[in-house]
Design a protein around this ligand. Sequence first.
Ligand code: FES
Length: 157
Amino acid sequence: MFELSTEGKEFVKKELARYETIESAIIPALYRVQKENEGWVSEDAIGHLSELMNIPEARINEVFHFYTMFNKKPVGKYHVQVCCNVACAMAGTREIADAFMKEHDVKEGEMTSDGRFTFTRVECLGSCDTAPMMQINDDYHENLTPESAQQLLKDLK
Ligand code: FES
């Protein structure tokens, strides 16, 4: 049963006090849960937030299921999000993403058997001028080549 840390609960309470409506605090609260829960948001975490925020689970789920940046199942230690929107796709990211998944023998969204990686293709990450790019956990990696992208994964501990 997931429960936020004491600091996490305090964070959510501060977010609730910051906004005029409870709904405005849902996104930061979900981000906090995802951070404390190894990169994903479980159903029981939604229930926990519902109690903590005094808001129906359905209201949280509306936001949770609308936004793709909240992970619905466990992800690897490194969540590799390859931007495959127009600027990046034209610069070769679809091929980079395909190569990652082929090399690690996984489908999109699956975790590798060693728990190290999850690969997803995502929409524009707002860094089109540095295409092709991808995000690994919280960090952007830009101006990639197929070789530099592969090397980045190899260099991860
Ligand atoms: S298209 Fe990739 S960052 Fe915008």
